[in-house]
Ligand binder design. Structure first.
Ligand SMILES: Nc1ncnc2c1ncn2[C@@H]1O[C@H](COP(=O)(O)OP(=O)(O)O)[C@@H](O)[C@H]1O
Ligand SMILES: [Mg+2]
Length: 351
């Protein structure tokens, strides 16, 4: 059987570089080897693309800067593939499909998807528009609002515009109140996110968020449970997984609680009323379709304690794929093990 060449892109220039590496190692270790050859390309924090030709069994320990060779994608649609550059020699390596295992800026935001479109290459996951919308929390909220999906009261500060910032802060004080969450519009893994309990903390939180993104969101803190649902498919064939619950160690699910603190727990299926589960599954598919999603996404919600309402939080188009990540775990508990899930994602890409 002809084995397809899967180019796995990982690392990248975003603040989620390290997470992407761990996600990619998990993906690569689980790609069905009887069907696919893996071509691993690591993108350094500075943005160099490095190909490793050696065995993929021990990728975790590859000193990339030493053994990786330069390799890039060209927007030339006729010679679709990777160009490996050594000295003044260029070797063409054919690619059948690309799996971008990149989180955050330049990976999950439509930019790499744009390059892949230009290159004429098929790839796993959402296209340019859905990726860009879902990376930008302010635009995601506009779409959610448009389809009438309940979400936390919020305001967007364009911090370069003093008038807008003043008006936003006024709204934050009067309509949102404390505690509130402050987020850069375009990050992930909770980077730059703080919970503010008073004016002083709000000022510091805005400064922290603004240092990562001039567009900052202030949001009402929801008191409730955190629930996540995985989505898989395209066009009319989009399926939602079971629903999982996150119980963060600490006050909220910050970077440390996500990746470093073993006291954070995930429970699936979540022990919530059947009607809440069904509402979450339905809404996950609904927002996925509204943003023009393709392939995969993990959609996150709150179940508010006081009202039992399902409140949409965010949608991640390249969710974590580490061994402790929710997206693969949700499908695993729906009887779709990781190798089959990856195979399905690649098949959707090639459709
Ligand atoms: N409005 C909110 N109310 C309560 N908790 C929140 C709110 N917004 C964010 N959080 C907490 O912060 C975490 C990270 O926020 P999120 O919007 O999911 O950003 P990221 O894209 O970085 O994951 C959430 O998992 C949750 O624990
Ligand atoms: Mg999140």
């Amino acid at each position: 059987m002809y084995k397809k060449n899967v180019l796995v892109l990982f690392g990248g220039c975003s603040t989620e570089h390290e997470v992407s590496k761990v996600s990619a190692y998990t993906v690569i270790a689980n790609i069905p080897e009887e069907k696919y050859n893996v071509i691993p390309v690591y993108i350094t924090k500075e943005g160099r693309w490095l190909l490793y030709d050696g065995s993929i069994d021990n990728l975790r320990n590859v000193p990339w800067e030493k053994f990786g060779t330069s390799a890039v994608l060209s927007p030339d649609r006729v010679n679709r593939g990777l160009l490996r550059i050594v000295g003044d020699k260029v070797k063409y390596i054919p690619v059948d499909v690309v799996f971008p295992v990149l989180h955050g800026a330049f990976g999950e935001d439509g930019t790499i998807q744009g390059l892949l479109e230009l290159s004429g290459l098929q790839y796993v996951g959402c296209g340019v528009l859905a990726s860009a919308i879902c990376m930008d929390k302010a635009y995601t909220k506009i779409i959610a609002e448009h389809i009438g999906m309940a979400q936390a009261e919020y305001v967007v500060l364009h911090t370069w515009d003093q008038e807008n910032t003043d008006a936003g802060l006024k709204k934050a004080r009067h309509k949102i109140g404390y505690p509130c969450f402050v987020k850069p519009a375009n990050t992930g893994s909770s980077i730059g996110i703080s919970k503010a309990k008073n004016k002083k903390e709000l000022t510091a939180a805005i400064e922290a968020a603004r240092s990562l993104d001039p567009k900052v969101i202030i949001e009402k803190a929801i008191v409730g449970r955190e629930l996540e649902c995985a989505v898989l498919g395209h066009n009319s064939d989009v399926k939602a997984s079971v629903v999982g619950e996150i119980i963060p160690a600490g006050e909220f699910y910050d970077y440390d609680a996500k990746y470093n603190n073993n006291d954070s727990k995930t429970i699936f299926p979540a022990e919530i009323p059947e009607e809440s589960t069904e509402e979450i599954r339905r809404k996950a598919v609904e927002i996925f379709k509204a943003v023009d999603g393709k392939g995969l996404a993990r959609v996150d919600f709150f179940l508010e304690n006081e009202t039992n309402s399902v409140i949409f939080n965010e949608i991640n188009t390249i969710p974590g794929f580490t061994s402790i990540s929710m997206y693969p775990a949700l499908w695993q508990s729906a009887d779709l093990p990781l190798p089959n899930l990856i195979d399905r994602l690649i098949e959707i890409a090639l459709h």
